[in-house]
Design a binder for this molecule. Structure first.
Ligand code: PRP
Length: 204
């Protein structure tokens, strides 16, 4: 696992500078680490075919880059799960898409973009286990251990990061910024403004 403690020295592209304070993980760092992660996962699965189950929507970029480096036979499916609301805290979980592939007696790799409080994984894992796969391994690009409220750890972790509000490379704030090619730290004024707006709407 790579541990990221400080933002990179690479400057934020001009277009994003008003919203993104700093780059935490550059596109080069992401590419290098994801290749390494793919090698670790290959070793773990020892050539066995896997079913990759990816959680929508934050995994979109990570998943595409990870699976193109996995030299293993695999099938791919998605579970739609989202925390309700636009704030920075994970709220009530809603399932928006169920798994279609049969995972009974299969080796599953569950992929998510970030392990934060652990609430999402701890809701998804029992659902998956109920489908009786042979094994389940978990893989996340980012881990924020300081925010954990559930007793849960991922088998494969890209980067362990501090408690910063990160966006980009699939991760959103209010459904925006998923398209940034790096992981960046959002300016607090962006989410403070949105939170204020939500409070005003609730008080109307
Ligand atoms: C985000 C992220 C993880 C989850 C992690 O999902 O993609 O699935 O939160 O947080 P937790 O460990 O505190 O549960 P979100 O609900 O924002 O949906 P998204 O993937 O569509 O952005």
């Amino acid at each position: 696992m790579s541990v990221i403690l400080k933002s990179s020295k690479t400057s934020v592209p001009l277009r994003w500078r008003k919203e993104v304070e700093s780059i935490l993980i550059t596109d080069d760092q992401l590419a290098r680490r994801i290749k390494g992660l793919a090698r670790e996962i290959e070793r773990d699965f020892r050539g066995r075919e896997m079913v990759v189950v990816s959680l929508l929507s934050g995994t979109v970029m990570f998943l595409a880059d990870l699976i193109r480096h996995l030299n293993l036979p695999l099938r791919l499916d998605f579970i739609g799960v989202s925390s309700y609301g636009l704030g920075t805290e994970s709220g009530e979980l809603v399932f928006t898409k169920e798994l279609r592939l049969d995972v009974r007696n299969r080796d599953v790799l569950l992929v998510d973009d970030i392990l934060d409080t652990g609430k999402t994984m701890s809701r998804v894992l029992p659902k998956l286990r109920a489908l009786k796969p042979r094994t389940i391994k978990t893989c996340v690009l980012l881990d924020k251990p300081s925010r954990r409220v559930e007793n849960i750890r991922a088998h494969h972790v890209g980067f362990s990061i501090p408690d910063l509000f990160v966006v980009g490379y699939g991760l959103d704030f209010a459904e925006r910024y998923r398209n940034l090619p790096f992981v960046g730290v959002l300016h607090p004024h962006i989410y403070q403004e949105v939170s204020k707006q939500i409070c005003n709407d609730l008080n109307k």
